[in-house]
Design a protein around this ligand. Structure first.
Ligand SMILES: NC(=O)c1ccc[n+]([C@@H]2O[C@H](COP(=O)([O-])OP(=O)(O)OC[C@H]3O[C@@H](n4cnc5c(N)ncnc54)[C@H](O)[C@@H]3O)[C@@H](O)[C@H]2O)c1
Length: 281
C-alpha cells in the first residue's frame, strides 16, 4: 500500500509533482539539496493551491490538508520509510545515476523508483540499482497540476508489475498514463524538441523574430503556445540537455542543438526561471 511518497528535486517539476501527490491524499517528503529551492517550492505550491480554491476546484479545508501532508528535507536519508519515490533533479545522466544508487541503498527493497527524466535512458538509471525491475520513467508534463498526461517509460528490465502499479498510481492522481519505449526522448520530446530546436534555428537565421515565429505557430497551427514561449517555460538548459541526449543517442545530425541555444544557456539565459530567455520575465 503506497502512503508515503518521496519527491526529489524541488524545481519546476518537483514542486508540481509533490503538489499533485499531496492533493491526492499521499504524505509527501520533498527533497532538494538547495534549501532556497525548497522555500520557493513551498510558495509555488501554496499559490497554485490558492488558485484552485479561487476557481472553486478545491475547498479551503482540502487545501490545508494537502499542505499538511507535505514536508521538506535536504537529504534523501529522510526517504528510508517512503513507499514510492519520484526523482526530478537536474537532467544529467551521471548525477541521476549517482542518486539512483543512493536511493537503492536507502529505500526499502520493494520500493519503486521512478524518474521524471525527459530523455535519459531508464535502463541506464535502473542499472545503477539492484532493482532494475522496479525502476521506470514517469514523465509528468509542465505545469504538473494542470497537465493530465504522464508518459510511462518501460526500461529494458522494468517488470509488468511495476508498470501496473505506477499506472494505477497515475490514475489516482487524476492523470492519464501512456506507455512509451525506452529510446532517447521517448515520445514527447522526440517530437517536441526538434520543433523547438528548429524554431531557435529560425531565430538565429533571421527567418522571423521570436514573436513572429510564436504567432505563426499559434495562429496558423492552433498551438496553444508558440515554441519559443514553450522553450522559455520548460527552461533552455533543460531543452539543451534533452537535445544533447537525442543527438548522442540517435546519432542523426538533425538533432544537433542550435548554437544559439548553446550560447543562451552559456549566458545564463535559461528562460522564465532566470528572468531572461527568448522573452524577458
Ligand atoms: N522543465 C520541464 O518542463 C520538464 C518537463 C518534464 C520533465 N522534466 C524533467 O524533470 C527533471 C527536473 O527538471 P526541472 O525543470 O524541474 O529542473 P530545475 O532545474 O527546475 O530543478 C532541478 C532541481 O533539482 C535539484 N537538485 C539537483 N541535484 C540534486 C540532487 N542530487 N539531490 C536533490 N536535488 C537536486 C536542484 O537544486 C533543483 O532545485 C529533469 O529530469 C527534466 O528533464 C522537465
Amino acid at each position: 500500500m503506497i502512503k508515503t511518497v518521496g519527491v526529489i528535486g524541488a524545481g519546476t517539476m518537483g514542486n508540481g509533482i509533490a503538489q499533485v501527490f499531496a492533493q491526492s491524499g499521499f504524505s509527501v517528503t520533498l527533497v532538494d539539496v538547495a534549501p532556497a529551492m525548497l522555500d520557493r517550492a513551498k510558495t509555488t505550491i501554496e499559490k497554485s493551491l490558492a488558485k484552485f480554491v479561487e476557481k472553486g476546484k478545491l475547498t479551503a479545508a482540502d487545501r490545508d490538508a494537502a499542505i499538511g501532508r507535505l514536508s521538506i528535507a535536504t537529504s534523501v536519508d529522510q526517504l528510508a520509510d517512503a513507499d514510492y519515490v519520484v526523482e526530478a533533479i537536474v537532467e544529467n545522466a551521471d548525477t541521476k545515476r549517482g542518486l539512483f544508487a543512493q536511493l537503492d541503498a536507502i529505500t526499502k527493497p520493494d520500493v519503486i523508483l521512478a524518474s521524471n527524466t525527459s530523455s535519459i535512458s531508464i535502463t541506464l538509471l535502473g542499472a545503477a540499482t539492484r532493482r532494475p525491475d522496479r525502476v521506470l520513467g514517469m514523465h509528468f508534463m509542465n505545469p504538473v497540476p494542470l497537465m493530465t498526461l504522464v508518459e510511462m517509460i518501460r526500461g529494458q528490465a522494468t517488470s509488468d508489475e511495476t508498470m501496473r502499479i505506477a499506472s494505477e498510481l497515475c490514475t489516482r492522481l487524476g492523470k492519464t498514463p501512456i506507455e512509451a519505449a525506452d529510446y532517447p526522448g521517448f515520445i514527447a520530446n522526440r517530437i517536441l524538441m526538434p520543433m523547438i530546436n528548429e524554431a531557435i534555428f529560425a531565430v538565429m537565421e533571421g527567418v522571423g523574430t521570436p514573436e513572429a515565429i510564436d504567432a505563426v505557430m499559434k495562429l496558423g497551427m492552433n498551438h496553444p503556445m508558440g515554441p519559443l514561449t514553450l522553450a522559455d517555460f520548460i527552461g533552455l538548459d533543460v531543452c539543451l540537455a534533452i537535445l544533447n541526449v537525442l543527438h548522442d543517442g540517435i546519432g542523426d545530425p538533425k538533432y544537433r542543438p542550435c548554437p544559439l541555444l548553446r550560447r543562451m544557456v552559456a549566458a545564463g539565459h535559461l528562460g522564465r526561471k532566470s528572468g531572461q530567455g527568448f522573452y524577458s520575465y
